[in-house]
Design a protein around this ligand. Sequence first.
Ligand SMILES: Cc1cc2nc3c(=O)[nH]c(=O)nc-3n(C[C@H](O)[C@H](O)[C@H](O)COP(=O)(O)OP(=O)(O)OC[C@H]3O[C@@H](n4cnc5c(N)ncnc54)[C@H](O)[C@@H]3O)c2cc1C
Length: 423
Amino acid sequence: MTTRSTLRILVSGASIAGPVLAYWLTRHGFSVTVVERAPTPRRTGGHAVDLFRPAMTISEKMGVLPRIEERATGTSRMTLHQESARRPVRVDLSKIFRAASDRHIEVMRDDLSEIYYDAARDDVEYLFNDSITALSPDGEVRFENAPPRRFDLVVGADGLHSNVRRLVFGDESRFSTFIGAYLGVLTLPNVSALDNELLIHVGVGRTAGMYGARHLGDARALFLFRSEHALDYHHHDVPRQKELLRDAFDGLHPDVDDWLDELDRTPAFYFDSITQLRMDTWSQGRVTLVGDAGYCPGPAVGGSTSLAVVGAYVLAGELARAAGDHEHAFPAYEHAMAPHIRGTHAAALSATKTLIPTSRLGVRGLAQGARLISALPAGPSRTLLRLTTKSARLYNSMTIDDYPPSQGRDSSATDPGGAPGPE
Ligand SMILES: Cc1cc2nc3c(=O)[nH]c(=O)nc-3n(C[C@H](O)[C@H](O)[C@H](O)COP(=O)(O)OP(=O)(O)OC[C@H]3O[C@@H](n4cnc5c(N)ncnc54)[C@H](O)[C@@H]3O)c2cc1C
């Protein structure tokens, strides 16, 4: 008989979804191992991500909200230049954030990852610098480095290009939908001397922004551009990706040229298509997926970090509710997440249209909408934003069940599914 405390769960990926899931699984009395390809836990860096109301509530329950608030990026102003317009639009960004959601915080992804990792590091076994190479239906897992081991359940929390998803469900191309845009991010010195400010240049089909974080010495430049067709490049061919970025932003503004000049010196560069992951079901046998691995609405456009936090909390909660019986828990988890996923996927498509306008009218609309919202008092601006964006409505209206942790970690609840016991 397998009890919760002996039910062994392997999680692949230690960024956002992985550590949040590991935290809640241990609080519900399960035994957790996390395997992460990177050699160490993530440290300050990456890009800025958003935590909206439900993810903030979950973080509060984990007791980590004060640490997250301490690390908030502090970006409170935006200066928006429209291509060929003489005067920029200055916007009170904190007002837009407040209008967008009654609870929101922006934080660097690696700060957030570190905070979530710290929350349960003593209760979880972490295997860094490793990756799963094979999963067999009887629970045997093979790794690149560690010897084979047996687990009762396996969860892929390994991001948009998930390894677990590939091993269990097949090639990524079966599930990913290109939504007509690309994304590039680079780390650079704060060449535009920004202080709590987002500087953004918008043209037809292309948007570039730069921001710094209060506690980071450097800054990030983010590039979003449209392309009707998938571009021709290999995902390891970084010089080609940089060339595509230079071509797409040629002539937008001298600020943007300065940011692009840093491409040859940047210590960190990211380039990818904006892809939405659509799966009818993301559980098979003893394996399921969480976060971007299972249902990414699109990086940088869909609030996917909040969705990853919510997904991890719900999955752990449903496993606890079903006393570890994955045959009940996985469908319940998918059922609970389905409306949130549908909503965020639709919101991401709408955000992509707004953020990367397809016409001059769209560029003006983005600038004027931002100016209007920041000029109005909080109440009317929130109403306006609710009328114009899907994400705001969505995150404010998301309701998530409460899954209180078990009384005592060592619950003796049985697994009715009769999962094979540890070796
Ligand atoms: C450029 C960019 C900008 C973004 N901007 C925003 C934003 O503004 N707001 C927002 O909410 N979200 C944003 N996102 C999305 C956000 O980063 C993700 O939604 C969030 O990090 C999802 O967390 P995750 O844990 O599901 O996956 P990820 O953060 O992708 O983490 C996956 C983890 O799995 C590990 N891994 C990968 N392969 C393996 C393997 N084979 N074995 C073991 N481990 C593996 C990786 O090293 C990583 O640690 C952005 C993403 C990008 C790329």
